[in-house]
Design a protein around this ligand. Structure first.
Ligand code: AHN
Ligand code: ZN
Length: 305
C-alpha cells in the first residue's frame, strides 16, 4: 500500500477537546455559533475551500433551528470526488441518562458529534498541509460536510413521542435537497458517527450494506490490512437512521456509516457520560489512519491507466 501522510491522533484529540470546551453545541446557542466559526477558520487554515450553508430547520416541536452545514472542498476542479461527513451539533437532551432529574439538560457530545468532526478536521489538516509531492492527493477531489441539526430528535423517554425518523438528521436532509453545487456528484461517501470511544467496534450497518456494499468492503478491508481488525469487525448489524440514509436516498450517493452500534449504541449514548473520559486515542487513530489510507489508495487508483 502506498503510505499515507500521517494521521496525528494527538491533534484529532485536541480538536475534540476544543469542541467540548465550548459546551454543548445545541442549535440557537452561543457555543453552537462559536463552534461553526471555529470549523470554518480551521478548515480554511488547512488550505481547503470553505463555505457555510445556512438554513432554518423546523424541529419536531416547531422550534426554528438556525442551522449551518459546514462544507470544505479540496481540489474543486477534480471530477472524481469522495464525500466525507459527520454531524457537528450535539443533543439538547440527555434523555437516556440514568439520573432522571438531568434528562432535559444538553450533553457535551464528545463522542456523539465531537469525535467524527475531530477525525475529519485532522484528515483535512493532514491532506491540506502535505508539502511533499509524493504524498499529495492530486487526482481526486474531496468534500467534507459537517452536518448540523442531526441530533434534535424528540426526547425518547416520553411515551407520547413515538420514534419519528425524519425528525432527526435535518442538516443532511436539507443538503440532499439543496446541494452546495449544482450537479454535485461523488463516487461515494463515508459518514463518521461516534468513532471515538474506548474499545469501539464498528459493525456492518444495514443501510450501508444495502446501498454501498463495495464501499463497506473497501473500508473494512483497508482497516483490517492496517491491523485495525479489532475495531472494524465483519459482522452485520441493524439498519440505522442517520445522515447517510438521506445521502443515499435523496442525493443518490452510495454512502456508508462508520458507527458504533451493537444491539445498542454505547452506554454513554445521549447521557452525561458522553464527555472526554470515554474518548480513546487508539480508536481515533484506527479510524483516521484507515480513512487517510482509503483516500490515498483512491488517489493512486485514479492515475493508473
Ligand atoms: C437513532 O436514534 C436510531 N438514530 C439517531 C442517530 C444518531 C443520534 N446518531 C447520533 N445520535
Ligand atoms: Zn446522538
Amino acid at each position: 500500500m502506498h503510505p499515507a501522510a500521517k494521521f496525528n491522533v494527538d491533534s484529532a484529540y485536541e480538536y475534540i477537546k476544543k469542541q467540548v470546551a465550548l459546551g454543548p453545541r445545541v442549535p440557537n446557542t452561543e457555543p453552537h455559533r462559536k463552534a461553526a466559526e471555529m470549523f470554518l477558520a480551521m478548515l480554511e487554515r488547512f488550505g481547503w475551500q470553505v463555505q457555510a450553508q445556512d438554513f432554518e430547520a423546523v424541529a419536531y416541536n416547531k422550534t426554528i433551528l438556525r442551522s449551518r452545514n459546514i462544507i470544505a472542498t479540496y481540489n474543486p476542479e477534480a471530477k472524481r470526488r469522495i464525500l466525507l461527513a459527520a454531524h457537528w451539533d450535539t443533543r439538547p437532551y440527555a434523555d437516556m441518562d440514568p439520573d432522571t432529574t438531568r434528562r432535559r439538560e444538553p450533553i457535551l457530545g464528545a463522542n456523539d458529534g465531537g469525535s467524527g468532526v475531530g477525525v475529519l478536521l485532522e484528515v483535512a489538516r493532514a491532506i491540506g498541509m502535505q508539502q511533499y509531492d509524493s504524498l499529495k492527493i492530486n487526482h481526486i477531489g474531496i468534500d467534507i460536510i459537517l452536518f448540523d441539526s442531526e441530533d434534535y430528535g424528540p426526547p425518547e423517554d416520553e411515551q407520547q413521542n413515538a420514534f419519528k425518523p425524519d425528525a432527526w438528521c435535518l442538516g443532511s436532509q436539507y443538503w440532499a435537497k439543496n446541494k452546495h453545487r449544482e450537479n454535485y456528484a461523488a463516487y461515494y461517501g463515508i459518514l463518521l458517527d461516534m468513532v471515538g470511544a474506548h474499545n469501539a467496534r464498528f459493525l456492518l450497518e444495514g443501510h450501508s450494506m444495502e446501498y454501498a456494499p463495495s464501499v463497506v468492503k473497501k473500508v473494512w478491508d483497508t482497516a483490517n490490512q492496517l491491523g485495525f481488525g479489532k475495531y472494524f469487525v465483519y459482522q452485520t448489524t441493524s439498519s440505522l437512521i442517520d445522515d447517510h440514509l438521506y445521502i443515499n436516498q435523496l442525493a443518490g450517493i452510495p454512502t456508508i456509516n462508520i458507527i458504533q452500534y451493537e444491539n445498542s449504541f454505547g452506554d454513554f449514548w445521549h447521557t452525561h457520560r458522553d464527555n472526554m473520559d470515554i474518548i480513546s486515542k487508539e480508536t481515533l487513530y484506527a479510524v483516521g489512519t484507515t480513512l487517510l489510507q482509503v483516500l490515498y489508495n483512491e488517489n493512486a487508483a485514479a492515475v493508473e491507466p
